[in-house]
Design a protein around this ligand. Structure first.
Ligand code: ZN
Length: 165
């Protein structure tokens, strides 16, 4: 089965994903598809809704560490923020400046059912916040100013049209 990443305009990307109640073989298969799609797209992180699966699962492959986080929650974040250009596998080719907490601590469950806690800063902190946003139906473009969002999406639509030709 081909694994394709849902892109801007797809409705699953805008839904609030459901918590995972039971971690089973199906959860494992979803994670395998997520890893496959992430690797194929050269991504550093991915959330289940990007594959059309409305469940609270994210995968991070950053700083030499690989994490599966089921039902992740940010339990601590710095007041200090950092603004950097951000992109998304679901809005390919588009980048814009997003301000995020520079350090976060996240707690979730691993595929083995054990609690996982990670503290991240810099790119890892940014990826954690970006992926958890996906579970709430939020995309990075939502964090841009209306004017910037409009011009980014206009440019994105133009490029997509060109690519489809
Ligand atoms: Zn994304």
């Amino acid at each position: 089965m081909a694994v394709s990443i849902r892109t801007y305009g797809d409705r699953t990307l805008r839904r609030e994903a459901s918590s995972v109640d039971v971690i089973d073989g199906e959860t494992k298969r979803i994670c395998e598809r997520m890893v496959e799609a992430m690797i194929r797209a050269n991504g550093l992180a991915i959330a289940a809704p990007q594959l059309g699966v409305s469940q609270r699962i994210i995968i991070l492959d950053l700083d030499g560490a690989f994490h599966v986080l089921i039902n992740p929650e940010i339990i601590e974040h710095s007041d200090e923020c950092e603004e950097r250009d951000e992109g998304c596998l679901s809005v390919p080719g588009a980048y814009g400046p997003v301000s995020r907490a520079s350090r976060v601590r996240v707690r979730g469950t691993g595929l083995d059912g054990k609690t996982v806690e990670i503290e991240g800063e810099g790119l890892l902190a940014r990826a954690i916040q970006h992926e958890i946003d996906h579970l709430d139906g939020v995309l990075f473009v939502d964090h841009l100013s209306p004017a910037r969002r409009e011009s980014l999406l206009r440019e994105y639509a133009r490029k997509r049209k060109e690519a489809a030709r």
